[in-house]
Design a protein around this ligand. Structure first.
Ligand code: HPA
Length: 291
């Protein structure tokens, strides 16, 4: 029997299919202030998420609520078909993890095989500075919440998909590829462990001290639930954090969401170049092919 979420996803997907015939294989979730990557797409169909049945809406500034279907191009080359999520819903907005991961359920239903999840994060590692891009090696989940709790049947059980529930949730292969791409293109990067907190407030200095001791390099309020669900579907994931500030207690600057947006704006070019080059490294289509 179909669950409520499955029925809702089927209705969302039917709506999307009525708007575009695109068959994306790579999904990209754009974090706070990083939304402009969507402007690069060609052969593009943009859907306002407000129009998609059941699709959760974000209320955070910098989270536009748009889905872009299309490809990117570089000279003669065209990338694989992409689905770009511009804007996301955070757990603190609804207190409902099912809403946070709804886009991932939908991505899986649309046939996405690889996911690049990006976010804005506070830097904890003393080597990090605002503006750094960090590839996420692994995560710490100090919310102790898991979006798969309460799902009566896991996707892996339904489909008999032996590749599902990938561990680690972040793909080693995508990480190695992404680091190679960054190195080859002279784009500086950091690497580290991302810690998910519930927010909506930033952490206290004592909490950052604790999270530091637990082994995290950066802290933020997203990404982990999404990759847990992606792994459940057998979707490989790469995580990229844009370090927008030093975490509480590590600098004398006062923290604010406005600061996050300003720094994200500053790194936009590097970020866009990095994600574009990674997308091409994951697979491309030639101009002559059908898609
Ligand atoms: N803490 C939590 N989330 C964040 C931060 C932070 O310092 N910066 C950007 N997102």
């Amino acid at each position: 029997m179909e669950t409520k979420i499955e029925i809702q996803i089927a209705e969302s997907v039917a709506f999307i299919r009525s708007k575009t015939s695109s068959q994306p294989t790579i999904g990209i979730v754009l974090g706070s202030g990083l939304g402009e990557f969507g402007d690069l797409l060609i052969d593009k169909t943009t859907i306002d998420t407000k129009t998609i049945p059941h699709y959760p809406q974000s209320s955070v500034p910098g989270h536009a609520g748009k889905l872009h279907f299309g490809k990117i191009s570089s000279g003669e080359k065209k990338s694989a078909e992409l689905l770009v999520f511009q804007g996301r819903v955070h757990f603190y907005e609804t207190n409902d993890l099912a809403k946070v991961v709804y886009p991932i359920d939908m991505a899986a239903a649309l046939g996405i095989k690889k996911l690049i999840v990006t976010n804005a994060a506070g830097g904890i590692n003393r080597q990090f500075a605002p503006g750094d891009l960090m590839f996420i090696e692994d995560y710490l989940n100090i919310t102790f919440r898991n979006p798969l709790n309460g799902r009566n049947k896991l996707a892996s059980q339904r489909s008999g998909n032996e590749h599902a529930v990938i561990r680690p949730a972040f793909s080693r292969e995508m990480l190695v590829k992404a680091k190679n791409v960054a190195r080859e293109n002279g784009i500086p990067y950091k690497e580290g462990v991302y810690c998910w907190t519930k927010g909506p407030t930033y952490e206290s200095a004592a909490e950052i001290h604790m999270i530091d001791k637990l082994g995290a390099d950066a802290v933020g309020m997203s990404t982990v639930p999404e990759v847990i669900v992606a792994a459940e579907y057998g979707i490989e994931a790469l995580g990229i954090s844009c370090i927008t500030n030093l975490a509480t207690g590590l600098s004398s600057e006062k923290l604010s969401h406005a600061e996050v947006t300003v720094v994200a704006n500053r790194v936009k070019q590097n970020f866009t170049e990095l994600v574009s080059k990674i997308v091409f490294a994951l697979g491309e289509k030639t101009v002559n092919s059908k898609q």
